[in-house]
Design a protein around this ligand. Structure first.
Ligand SMILES: Cc1ncc(COP(=O)(O)O)c(C=O)c1O
Length: 413
């Protein structure tokens, strides 16, 4: 049990769960926060540190929200979603996954983040362990911690395309393990777990009586390979929670709608929890989401193509920069820049790059202090801004000295 934080003035205690939310000592987001503030103030800043789509939500969706407001969808709604939205999700997810999805498996939440938290809260007790594959999406640790759970971390094999190391994964399973959290397509690397990996992961969960929480928020943004959801494998629908949202694929991050697909027993528990924690999401937004999932919206393919093109531009524009290696992502909104050649922690690089050139790129340390040799660049700016950022970054990095071994490698020794 962690110590309860206390109000310094009154001594009144808060929950001992709180220190588990943000235990880290490094604020990996400090450059990003500053960049947003300075961009707002009109400064010449390029923000490539966050995966918030720069596109506007497609107009058909926005128009439907306005219409639904005028129709009076401004009242309470059932926790877990209005029936037309749950039906639309069941239908579209059924199509994506190639299996039947019942509406009782669908739980509408306030974004994937809320779906993740709600599922975790229903599964994890204090003392339980959840296995994360590292680097994990920056919020995963805090979600587990805020449910009183502890995290067991298994590194992905960076040198091997971020493949899962099953020897280490199997060794990490203990009597306290309750769930494995798989995020594929993966933030930050964009790697997609192959069918063989997904099948092995499924077998591991079945053999050890574990839940599999499968965060699939980037599944609609696969460029080079398709993603097989573990929930489609035999015996897995019963133990998999699929986490999804419209934030990325539909440029709807600010609408705060996502969902979980869960076996009915868990879905009912989530509804009960949401009833107490959220009490329903706005009706007019949910009606707009029905349109998002059922109308033929051409912008979705256009946005996906634009992200793919930006991915290629980043690979071409950043990779010639001496000392910077782009890890080409197969999916998603991010590229990893390997800057290990400089032998300098990425927090320092991010601060100096921003101070010198006004380009904000997220340091790896935002994912944990051990991730200090790479940075994450988001593809959420138009092409000219990405090219401009690459030119500025080239100027900045040309002034940095590479560490000795990297110098020798660059010189062909
Ligand atoms: C892997 C992953 N899961 C969940 C989320 C949260 O998404 P949402 O906006 O739907 O809450 C994000 C957002 O960046 C993410 O990258």
């Amino acid at each position: 049990m962690r110590e309860r934080p206390r109000d310094p003035e009154t001594g009144l205690p808060l929950s001992s769960i709180l220190p588990g939310i943000s235990p880290g000592s490094v604020d990996g987001w400090s450059v990003h926060t500053r960049a947003l503030r300075e961009r707002q103030a009109g400064e010449d800043v390029i923000v490539l540190s966050v995966g918030d789509p720069d596109f506007d939500t497609p107009p058909a969706i926005t128009e439907r929200a306005i219409e639904a407001l005028r129709e009076g969808h401004t009242h309470y709604t059932p926790a877990g979603g209005i029936r037309p939205l749950r039906e639309a999700i069941a239908e579209s997810e059924g199509r994506r996954l190639g299996r039947d999805v019942g509406i009782n498996e669908v739980v509408v939440c306030a974004g994937a983040q809320n779906a993740l938290y709600t599922a975790m809260r229903c599964i994890v007790d204090p003392g339980d362990e959840v296995i994360l594959l590292s680097p994990p999406y920056t919020m995963f640790d805090g979600v587990v911690g805020s449910c009183g759970g502890t995290v067991a971390t298994v590194p992905l094999q960076r040198e091997n395309g971020f493949a899962i190391d099953f020897t280490k994964l199997e060794a990490a399973v203990s009597g306290n393990t309750r769930a494995i959290l798989l995020n594929s397509p993966h933030n930050p690397s964009g790697a997609i777990a192959g069918p063989g990996e997904v099948a092995r992961m499924a077998d591991l969960c079945k053999a050890n009586g574990l839940w599999l929480i499968s965060d699939e928020v980037y599944a609609d943004l696969c460029y080079d390979a398709e993603f097989v959801s573990p929930s489609t494998l035999p015996g897995m629908r019963e133990r998999t929670v699929v986490i999804r949202s419209l934030s990325k694929s539909h440029a709807m991050s600010g609408w705060r709608i996502g969902w979980a697909l869960a076996p009915e027993f868990l879905a009912e528990a989530m509804l009960d929890l949401l009833n107490h924690a959220l009490y329903g999401s706005p009706g007019f937004i949910q009606h707009a989401c029905v349109t998002a999932l059922t109308a033929d919206i051409g912008e979705l393919e256009e946005m996906k193509n634009a992200y793919r093109a930006r991915r290629d531009i980043v690979c071409d524009a950043f990779d010639p920069i001496p000392g910077v290696e782009v890890v080409r992502p197969a999916s998603g909104l991010f590229c990893i820049l390997d800057v290990s050649a400089f032998g300098t922690p990425t927090m320092k690089i991010a601060e100096e790059l921003y101070a010198a050139e006004g380009v904000s790129i997220l340091p790896g340390e935002a994912f944990g202090t051990e991730h200090d040799s790479w940075m994450r660049l988001a593809l959420c700016q138009p092409e000219p801004a990405i090219r401009d950022a690459a030119a500025r970054a080239a100027r900045f990095f040309s002034g940095l000295t590479m560490a000795e071994p990297a110098q020798q490698k660059a010189a062909g020794a």
